[in-house]
Design a protein around this ligand. Structure first.
Ligand code: NAD
Ligand code: TYD
Length: 356
């Protein structure tokens, strides 16, 4: 086995942040397998100087490719981010979610099992398959329900969360049945640099700067627990290094906010940073639009397990993380331009069509 990790989906939002963090001076090799869907952007990784990093274009569903990569590269771990990740897209078209999230995870697990089974015994004990998942598999909470813990029963409500739940179950079964050394992380909503601007926070930042409406679904009171992406990446590294095989770890910031609070905070930051924008104060742009079908009301995470076992705690507060994020989008106009062409415009036109 080589001192190398195989990352899937490393050109997406969280995967690229993870690779950038991983390649900080003392780290070892990374091979990034990514299909480069609309959500994958190699420009996220263009600052990398290290010769420890390589990219391989390809689909995780392609078992021949995954098999060849594992045989050739002999990684000591797979860190699996690749997925279709946007709930609204899963409502418009669930097929790709089943294909990548369910069949793709299955392909990886099968090929990882074959590779791992053939390793010498000492390497078998060291190998890890880390599956990156979401809090959305647990369903929706009422206002005074306790947060989701690792033992909360699964109750996914969208095609996205159902496909992630299915993949989590497969990962669990591969440990239980075959002994594959897996780890699963379930994390709350992330925000930060390189997030594709169809998700709430970057969408609102970019629309507000351009004087476009800020489309808040329903009454804007849906609650999420927002974690700065680099804190998520630090948690994944800890779980990979020291997590107990076969276990799942919930990750979150203990920072519950409703959508109106988020959009209001973005507007307030922009009022200070961009006083000459077309519409100021920016919160005049807030527009209530038709709700998302099946919209989960509240997510919240009980993170005591990862805090206790791995001494992980978020380093960023919501205020500091949001300010960093807003500034990042304002300072990276070229990146924004490069990802908001063709298919992005089509999505925006289709999803936010006038009847909403
Ligand atoms: P993203 O949509 O930004 O990136 C997904 C990446 O996977 C892209 O680079 C894409 O090209 C790649 N990909 C998609 N299908 C592929 C395939 N068939 N083969 C190879 N590559 C493929 O997603 P993200 O927000 O970075 O999320 C990464 C992971 O973290 C996902 O598994 C997601 O479920 C999970 N997660 C995300 C959040 C969040 O708030 N974004 C929170 C918790 C968990
Ligand atoms: P999103 O970023 O899509 O993450 P998720 O649905 O996976 O939690 O959305 C976060 C919240 O923001 C969710 O409650 C839906 C809401 N939302 C809006 O109100 N308007 C929008 O335009 C978008 C994209 C999301």
């Amino acid at each position: 086995m080589e001192d190398l990790i195989l990352v899937t989906g490393g050109a997406g939002f969280i995967g690229s942040n993870f690779i950038l963090q991983w390649l900080a001076p003392e780290s070892t090799g990374v091979l990034n397998l990514d299909k480069l869907t609309y959500a994958g952007n190699l420009s996220n990784l263009e600052s990398i100087q290290s010769n420890q990093y390589r990219f391989e274009g390809g689909d995780i569903v392609d078992r021949g490719l995954v098999c060849a990569l594992l045989t050739r590269e002999k990684p000591r771990a797979i860190v699996h981010f690749a997925a279709e990740s946007h709930v609204d897209r899963s409502i418009h078209g669930p097929d790709d979610f089943i294909r990548t999230n369910v069949n793709g995870t299955f392909s990886l697990l099968e090929e990882a099992r074959a590779y791992w089974s053939a390793l010498p015994e000492s390497d078998r004990a060291l190998f890890r398959f880390l599956h990156v998942s979401t809090d959305e598999v647990y369903g929706s909470l009422g206002p005074s329900d306790p947060p989701f813990s690792e033992t909360t029963p699964y109750a996914p409500n969208s095609p996205y969360s159902a496909s992630k739940a299915a993949s989590d179950h497969l990962v669990r079964a591969y440990h239980h049945t075959y002994g594959l050394p897996v780890l699963t992380t379930n994390c709350s909503n992330n925000y930060g640099p390189f997030q594709f601007p169809e998700k709430l926070i970057p969408l609102m930042i970019l629309n507000a700067c351009q004087g476009k409406s800020l489309p808040v679904y329903g009454d804007g009171k849906n609650v999420r627990d927002w974690l700065y992406v680099e804190d998520h990446c630090r948690a994944i590294r800890k779980v990979l290094a020291r997590g107990r095989v076969g276990e799942t770890y919930n990750i979150g910031a203990r920072s519950e906010k409703n959508n109106l609070e988020i959009v209001g905070a973005i507007c307030q930051l922009l009022d200070g940073l961009r006083p000459a924008d077309p519409v100021v104060p920016h919160n005049q742009l807030i527009t209530f639009v038709k709700d998302r079908p099946g919209h989960d009301r509240r997510y919240a995470m009980d993170t005591r397990k990862i805090e206790r076992e791995l001494d992980w705690h978020p380093q960023e507060s919501f205020a500091s993380g949001l300010e960093k994020t807003v500034r990042w989008y304002l300072e990276h106009e070229d990146w924004v331009r490069s990802v908001t062409s063709g298919s992005y415009r089509q999505w925006m036109a289709k999803h936010y069509a006038s009847e909403r």
